[in-house]
Design a protein. Sequence first.
Length: 637
Amino acid sequence: MSKKQFKAESKRLLDLMINSIYTHKEIFLREIISNASDAIDKLAYRALTDDRVGLNRDDFRIFISADREAGTLTVSDNGIGMTQEELEQNLGVIAKSGSMAFKAEHGEDGKAADTDIIGQFGVGFYSAFMVSDKVTVISRAYGEDTAHRWESSGADGYTITECEKDSVGTDVIMHMKPDDENERYSDYLMAWKIMRLVKKYSDYIRWPIQMDVEHPETKETGEKNEDGSPKYETVTKVERETINSMVPIWQRSKSEVSDEDCMSFYKEHWHDSTDPAAVIRINAEGQVSYKALLFIPGRQLLDYMTSSYEPGLELYSSGVMIMEHCADVLAESFYFVRGIVDSPDLSLNISREMLQHDRQLKLIAQNINKRIKNELIKMLQNDRPKYEEFYKNYGRQLRYGAVANYGQDIESLRELLLYYTDTDKTATLKEYAAGMPESQSVIYYAMGESVQKILRLPQAELVRSKGYELLCMTDEVDEYIIEQLREQDGKKFCNIVTDDLGLQTEEEKKELEEKENEARDVLDFVRETLGDRVAVVRLSSKLVSAPVCLTTEGSVTLEMERYFKKLPPTGMEPPKARRVLELNADSHAFAALSEAVKSDAGRARKLTDILHTQALLMAGEEIEDPAAYTEEVCSLF
């Protein structure tokens, strides 16, 4: 019998796994139990169409036994077992998953009606080597008369030999490492430890996990003590018990499972070290019946902004998994939500395409999205700091989801939108409208890269000097949202850069008109000097102390222009904003420009270029030649 070597990459991965991947060694039992459950799932599925299996659902079980003298822990199942070839494929190559192959073969077309593949017999199996110095797998596959023994002491390789086994299934025998100063491996052979780990990690496995449990009993011996009292002795009684509840946590009532238990389940199931921001538990009966356990993550998920992230909830029918990531039950705005939905009203034999049009699923989706929204509103009202933290993580998803599908969800998400009105203050649209002074007739907002830059826009000075707050919008999609919403509680939105602020009296309008007539020669000079860099030059009604600002006319703003420039080239010229240069007639700079236009055309052209560049910088635009701008400024000294 020659020892076979792991593939080179498998050997490196095994060493990495034993020493690095898992931080808690105790999870090895969860992985081995999950693999056993997978094996039973496969044979239970086979039993649906093969009478020769000879087992019904009540016959399947996982059995754990510990031999403290031999130092071994054994996990046995009466599932489908593995052939010699499957042992070679599944255990000889790390990360080769028999369960994944089974799902790929049966899952997409819905044939695996009664299967819930939990583990992936590959990487997880090798977690056993974190606590074992030798692992033996004895397996007899369904339909085979011969069993095979796979044995390995780690990265040095493995052997496979024929052996005897009375029944179909698999035994995983782990020989525990000796105790050291860092770990008591012998504890994993103690009944209390095994039961605690099963309860912690595998309580919702739907097959019974059984174990022979010792119960000490005190009974009379039939003899008497010297004082005539009866003698007693302690006798150990061994009883086979099922040590898992077999009821998934989402199927259990609130009296049985606390929110803290749900949080622990979330962190273990989705491998998150942070408590969720909210737990949503639903038990619905009526037109459609279902149970759901949903979580709003407490931090931004590590893979959330990557292409590998798959949105959607785990979908079950009466405890049997239909789909691992069902995005159809979530509105796009809520793609960050994780959780489980289980309904007896959903058909097991259903394809993904049919599921998208399933009436029951649509009803479930409507109810779930409503509950998620209500939970977020409750968080907003009752725990503002938590909501603001949530919004930092997922506010962008809310906003982009709101404009998806032509903005059909914008109105329903209005209450959840949150914007800064100062560097440390936020407001919902409703809060902003409710807090407006009586003298304020519109809701002022501006777009920009950051709150700080928006608040320093020259157009913002007049609005803020009146005591009016400004909604700071830092994402391109915000502009589209505002255009769709149009108003809040009867108050229209006003873009301080492009719209009339509505702050001038009739007398002030007339005065500005007179100033423009007087300054016509200066405005025409500036327009001629700048050429096609601007479309319009005029005096401003928005500026207080700043000498100049850049605004736009028409439907395309500077933010929209920048957004279209970022998109991949399409062969078409991206739309451009119609730029307007506004000058402050009361500023020292304008007075100097006016004087130069009359007496020194060269100096006037320099001043014009400088003012235009300053307007670009304040608007967040790039300038073509910073060195030339610097030289031009210095030449005036």
